[in-house]
Design a protein around this ligand. Structure first.
Ligand code: GDP
Ligand code: MG
Length: 176
């Protein structure tokens, strides 16, 4: 947690999960209220900022996105360094992205801070007719691992704000 001129706290959070689960669109929705139908995996911003008021404090969240390295399992430890929060994302229409969560959780625990706040996010809830992972499965995994859980749609802007704010509020609780 660092200090900044205009805000009370500045902290880093990361987006993680398999390729094409919707990480970049969740971030563009949260930071700029934008969605892109055919976002290119390799054209990622390094990070985006958003200021949020929590109680009396102004918090500046610096949220890091991958530039597609997750396709090659090439996320390095520096990506996680200093992060206080993580949004771990899978796609409810692709079972494989849910099965791979084990690997991502292990990686987060290995490289992340010991009190890293993790929110598990099942994205693309608008595609209910193509669903391969029940909401209950996500909830159960989150409970077992001690994570928060939420299903979102970056497309329809459902629960996106809530998922990020849940993470930010929890970080604030821990660090104040
Ligand atoms: P990333 O590789 O995890 O960063 O995934 P992207 O954000 O690039 O999204 C991959 C694809 O899924 C793109 O074609 C997006 O338009 C699409 N997508 C992302 N979020 C949603 C969503 O909530 N619903 C639907 N239907 N499509 C989504
Ligand atoms: Mg991306």
């Amino acid at each position: 947690m660092a200090f900044d001129d205009e805000c009370d706290y500045l902290f880093k959070a990361v987006l993680i999960g398999d390729s094409a689960v919707g990480k970049s669109n969740l971030l563009s929705r949260f930071s700029r209220d934008e969605f892109h139908l055919d976002s290119k995996p390799t054209i990622g911003v390094e990070f985006a900022y958003r200021n949020i008021k929590v109680g009396e404090k102004l918090i500046k969240a610096q949220i890091w996105d991958t530039a597609g390295q997750e396709r090659f399992r090439a996320i390095t430890s520096s990506y996680y360094r200093g992060a206080l929060g993580a949004l771990l994302v899978y796609d409810i229409t692709r079972r494989a992205t849910f099965n791979n969560l084990r690997k991502w959780i292990d990686e987060l625990r290995e490289f992340g801070d010991s009190d890293l706040v993790i929110v598990l996010v099942g994205n693309k809830s608008d595609l209910g007719q193509k669903r391969e992972v029940a909401e209950e499965e996500g909830r159960e995994l989150a409970e077992r691992e001690g994570l928060c859980f939420m299903e979102t749609s970056a497309l329809e802007n459902l629960n996106v704000e809530e998922a990020f704010l849940q993470m930010i509020n929890q970080i604030h609780e821990i660090t104040r």
